[in-house]
Ligand binder design. Structure first.
Ligand SMILES: [Zn+2]
Length: 301
């Protein structure tokens, strides 16, 4: 009798265990399905916290001039800029700065929905005259990448023409103090001044060691000047002409930079990986394109 009872209970237990196992297996399958579905949904909407990474288009502007001035691949008019900014605002885009990307990759903060970055290269005075007020009016922000040799030219010449003059150190200090603009390093003198090296390009017959120490000297000199003359601690290096070489990003990282911008025309997909910030892609905004045609390339329609 005892034995029979034991067997009965044992059979009942086995049945319960089997039933529980089936329930658990179903629960695991269902949970997996939910996770998979959620992943698919976040990837589709491009939410700033998607597992697939954040979609970040970056626009590269140069000169912004008054109406009636000539347009070219590196020069747009103030009304073209206004049209671009309105286009982004109307579609719910939010501007971010390099500092926001650094905080994001460190896991310290999220990025806003639909992030976009506005960058202005070379440090022309017209960026201060036209671009800064237009961004400020719309609650937008942008990145100015400046070149030391051009700033020093502005210091010597003191030419107030926004058509071709550059910003002085005081101009940069004033721009940074608005909170609208972030200032970054575009080299001291690797950008077309007479006898200057053209970006990160190695000269014929130059050893790799000599090449690298020359880059370090130039880039560090600009970091010091930005700190001393404009009160700015630059965290991003913007490659002149977009030129890079196989050791460029690690050289910049070893100098203390947290990011670097190229001229590769691709949308970025940022993850929480901090090294990804050394390969930021950007789209050049030519003055020959309409806002609509340009934004289409970036997938902002
Ligand atoms: Zn440039």
């Amino acid at each position: 009798m005892k034995r029979y009872v034991f067997i009965t209970i044992s059979r009942a237990k086995r049945g319960m265990i089997a039933a529980l196992a089936v329930v658990c297996a179903l629960a695991i399958v269902a949970a997996g399905g939910i996770v998979w579905q959620r992943r698919a949904v976040t990837a589709d909407t491009g939410s700033a916290d998607s597992d697939a990474g954040v979609r970040l288009p970056i626009i590269m502007y140069h000169s912004v001039v008054g109406e009636g001035s000539p347009r070219n691949d590196y020069q747009i008019t103030a009304s073209q800029l206004a049209s671009d900014l309105d286009w982004l605002v109307e579609r719910g885009y939010n501007t971010v700065l390099i500092a926001d990307l650094i905080r994001y990759t460190r896991g310290e903060s999220a990025l806003p929905a639909k992030p976009v970055m506005l960058t202005f290269d070379d440090g022309q005075l017209n960026n201060l005259v036209y671009a800064l007020p237009q961004m400020e009016r719309r609650g937008m922000r942008g990145v100015f990448s400046v070149c030391g040799a051009f700033v020093e030219r502005a210091e010597r010449e003191r030419d107030p023409s926004p058509l071709y003059a550059y910003m002085t150190w005081d101009d940069l200090r004033a721009a940074a103090s608005t909170g609208v603009v972030e200032i970054q390093n575009h080299s001291y003198n690797l950008h077309g001044e007479k006898n200057a090296r053209r970006g990160f390009t190695r000269r014929a017959g130059e050893t790799r060691a000599a090449f690298q120490s020359s880059l370090i000297e130039d880039v560090s000199k600009m970091q010091q000047l930005l700190r001393l003359r404009a009160g700015v601690d630059a965290e991003c290096f913007t490659y002149p002409y977009g030129f890079t070489y196989d050791g460029s990003w690690t050289l910049l990282r070893d100098l203390g930079f947290k990011a670097a911008m190229t001229c590769r025309e691709k949308v970025n997909h940022l993850t929480r990986d901090p090294d990804a910030l050394f390969h930021l892609n950007r789209f050049n905004r030519s003055g020959y394109a309409s806002t609509e045609a340009f934004m289409k390339k970036l997938g902002i329609e």
